[in-house]
Structures are given as C-alpha cells and as structure tokens.
Design a protein around this ligand. Structure first.
Ligand code: MTE
Length: 330
C-alpha cells in the first residue's frame, strides 16, 4: 500500500514518510555531481558573496580552517558522516522546506556579518567575523540527532558558547538566552507559503543560561576542516548535541539574555510537538512518531546507507548534561 502524506507547510516532515524518495533522488543527483568532480572553491574572506548563482558545488565558498581537536570529542563511536551527504541533506526552512536547499542557500550573504550580544548583560558587544575568529577554535566530533529521527556525525570547528557567555557577564536576572537567525524577506524566500499562513520568522531558538554555560554547547563556524558552507548555517550556528537538531539555530545574528523563557520558532508553531527543552529522550515519542530509534547515515563505511539504531538519552551525552535536568540518566 502506498501511503502519501501531505504535511501542512509548517510541519516538519516526518522522516519515515518523506525521506526515502528525497534520499534516492539526492543519491542519483550526487552520483552525477561526483561524476564531474567536486572541488571546493576558496574565496578570499573579503569577497562579496551576495550571489544568487546556483552551481554544482555544494562546498562553494568555503575556506580551509584548522584547529586542534578537543581530546574529549575525537570519537563519536559512530562513523563520520560523508561530508558531501551532510552538505546536501539539510533543514534550513528560510530557503525551502525540502532537504535539497543547498543551491538556494547560496544567496545567503555571509560577509560582512555581525552577531549582537545584548540584553541582561554587563558587557554588550557586537562581534564581526574577525572578532569571532579570535575565540580559541577547536574541533569536536559530535553526534547529531534531528527530531525527524535521522542522525549524523559531524566534525565541527568552533568554540564553546560559554566563552561568549563569560565575556558578556550575564546579570543575575538573566535566566534564558534567545538566539535569532538571519532573516530578510528578499533573500530568505524559501517559505513560499500562502500569505495567510502565520510563520513566526525570524527563526529563533532558546536555551536556559545554565544550558548555554554547559561545556558541550558549541558555536560552530566551520566543519570538516573549513568554514561552514551556507546551507549548514554560515558563518556561525549553534550546536547543542544533547538536544534535537532544531534547537541549533543557523546563521545567528543576535543573542539576547532575557529573564523569561523566550518564544521560539517551532515551539510557537506547535508547542506540543517541539518543546522548548527538547532533549533527546527515546522514551518520549513525538506525537506523530517514535523517538526510540534513529536512522544513522553511513554505517559500514557506506556513505549513503542508513541503519536503524536505538536512540540514546541526551544523545549519549548524559555524563555532561544529566545534572541540568530532573530526570535520572538511564
Ligand atoms: N536554523 C534555521 N535558521 N532554520 C532552520 O530551518 N533547521 C533546524 C536547525 N537549525 C533550521 C535551523 C533543524 S530542524 C535541523 S535538524 C538542523 O538545523 C539541521 O542542520 P544541518 O542542515 O546543518 O544538518
């Protein structure tokens, strides 16, 4: 029996229904791309990248970036996800609701870029790209778990969020942090939904201050040995590996310390499905699918194969984060 599911535009697509066809189309496409050869284009940092050009290179515009590996995160216990797969299977709704948004995402203007840190802090500051590069960069290989139940392993380059938090010196009244992604109606044209459809752009996410202070919480400015491709959320994105992937806002432009839990994009759309906390909890099903297992890409050295494996509480990072929460680690 063929089951065709047409999700409402604001629903995250359920992976079991939507992903097979998307995956095989992409696989065919990738074979074609690989056939003509892929080379990453290195552009100078000062280049103007306000381009709407679509090319055959998903890694266009990236610049080599090296940083020492953090010894605590060199082995995720799973194979590293094939880079080309990770760069062409994305969620970035500002550029469309399919996984194949990487060509559209090339219109994201990432240089110049600023990140404003403000709100209930002693030291508000606006960082530019050079300032971000001053943080001590490191590489961390993290497991990555989407709420749609697919999973990857990515070698991120960046710095712990707590370094930015410490520089800001939050006031005692700051309890939460709101992160805002880039949004410009002329550029982020992906969501071509009916005008009547309410979507709470810009994309926002939030953490408790103590979650942001946890050593695992990371700002990535690169991956796989170079700066982030735009579709991964260049030039800076959140990586919060014990939570579902939607908690990691891409292309962050603003970080505000606030006293109350902020409204966030998916939680505003469907609070029942996308909770503010959204830790990976295998025993707490999404209302439309189970979270007990996940589809891991790349098992057995095959970059395009998927394997169903059990999900782990806090995505296996309980030793770092369990004490932030009430429930006992399993
Ligand atoms: N950030 C923004 N601004 N817009 C988005 O649509 N999608 C989220 C998250 N961050 C999203 C976002 C979701 S649902 C996931 S799973 C991850 O980005 C996907 O990250 P990746 O495409 O780099 O793997």
């Amino acid at each position: 029996m063929v089951f065709i599911h047409i999700p409402k535009p604001w629903q995250l697509p359920e992976f079991k229904v939507s992903h097979e066809a998307a995956f095989y189309n992409r696989r065919r496409f990738l074979k074609g791309v690989v056939g003509v050869g892929i080379a990453s284009t290195v552009l100078p940092l000062t280049s103007c990248d306000r381009s709407t050009r679509q090319t055959t290179d998903p890694l266009q515009g990236v610049i080599p970036l090296r940083a020492p590996q953090n010894p605590n995160f060199t082995d995720a216990g799973r194979p590293l996800t094939n880079e080309l797969f990770a760069a062409t299977y994305n969620n970035f709704y500002e550029f469309g609701s399919s996984k194949n948004i990487w060509p559209a995402a090339q219109s994201l203007p990432t240089n110049p870029w600023t990140v404003e840190v403000s709100g209930l802090v002693k030291n508000p500051k606006t960082y530019d790209l050079d300032d971000l590069m001053q943080f001590p960069l490191e590489e961390r290989i993290y497991r990555f778990r989407c709420v749609e139940a697919w999973a990857m392993v990515v070698p991120w380059l960046g710095f712990p969020m707590r370094l930015m938090l410490e520089a800001a010196e939050p006031l005692s009244t700051a309890k939460f942090v709101r992160f805002t992604s880039f949004y410009d109606r002329d550029i982020t044209t992906g969501p071509s939904f009916p005008p009547s459809q309410f979507l709470p752009w810009p994309y926002t996410e939030g953490l408790r201050v103590d979650e942001m202070a946890n050593d695992l919480a990371f700002f990535a400015i690169g991956a796989y040995g170079h700066t982030l491709p735009k579709q991964h959320g260049a030039p800076i994105r959140m990586v919060v590996p014990w939570k579902y992937g939607f908690k990691g806002a891409k292309s962050v432009v603003k970080i505000e310390f606030v006293d109350a839990q902020p409204a966030t994009y998916w939680n505003t759309i469907s609070a029942n499905e996308y909770k503010f906390e959204s830790n990976v909890e295998p025993d707490v099903p999404h209302p439309r699918w189970s979270q007990a297992s996940e589809r891991l890409v790349g098992p057995g050295g095959n970059p395009y194969a998927w394997e169903e494996v059990p999900s782990r509480l806090y995505n296996g990072y309980g030793e770092f984060v369990a004490d932030l929460y009430d429930r006992a680690a399993v």
